[in-house]
Design a protein around this ligand. Structure first.
Ligand code: DAT
Length: 176
């Protein structure tokens, strides 16, 4: 069955503004915000945390089975919020938004969140090396991936308006 609404991935380094954007988008579009990190924690789809970085060691099979059981592919209208995107099957996803942030700003956001040492360093490197953007470009067709800046509050509103406009076009294209 063809879905009536698109599925959107919002990805990027921790601290770039994924949650902020997803909450606003979900509210404005009436879509469901899937905070993948929260699902991993709540459903215990992990084998504990990595000692050095503190990130979850995720059981991706269990996670994907869980998301698939939501009928994401046939219903649509989901916003997937995660600091990775290559595990989601291409056929589920209509748009991948990669949020980017200036490194000084990201440093401040991550230290405010209590990140330090190796965890802080790895995430800063990841943003500077645009790891998530490369991952998105390698995993999805070029026209599906969009890179958006998330430095200031005015960016959030502008980015969400842009995605909302894109959703409207996606729907119109399918009306025939
Ligand atoms: P993520 O979900 O990517 O980890 P977040 O949405 O929790 O990021 O944002 C981290 C912090 O930075 C939070 O205090 C909100 C703030 N923030 C995010 N994007 C912003 C933006 N474009 N302008 C101003 N503050 C922003």
């Amino acid at each position: 069955m063809a879905r009536k609404n698109p599925n959107i991935v919002v990805t990027g380094t921790p601290g770039v503004g994924k949650t902020t954007h997803c909450e606003l988008l979900a509210r404005n579009l009436g879509f469901k915000h899937l905070s993948v990190n929260q699902i991993v924690k709540d459903e215990e789809f992990h084998e504990g945390r990595d000692d050095e970085t503190g990130s979850w060691i995720v059981d991706e099979d269990k996670l994907l089975d869980y998301i698939e059981a939501l009928s994401i592919s046939s219903t649509g209208g989901y916003i997937l919020d995660w600091h990775a995107c290559d595990l989601f099957p291409e056929r589920w996803i209509d748009l991948v938004v990669v949020l980017r942030c200036d490194s000084t700003t990201l440093y401040d956001r991550l230290t405010a969140r209590g990140y330090k040492g190796k965890k802080l360093e790895e995430n800063m490197d990841s943003e500077i090396m645009q790891v998530l953007l490369e991952e998105a470009r390698e995993s999805y067709a070029e026209e599906v991936v969009v890179e958006l800046r998330s430095d200031g509050v005015e960016d959030v509103e502008r980015n969400c308006e842009r995605v909302e406009g894109w959703v409207e076009m996606w729907r119109k294209d399918r009306e025939g």
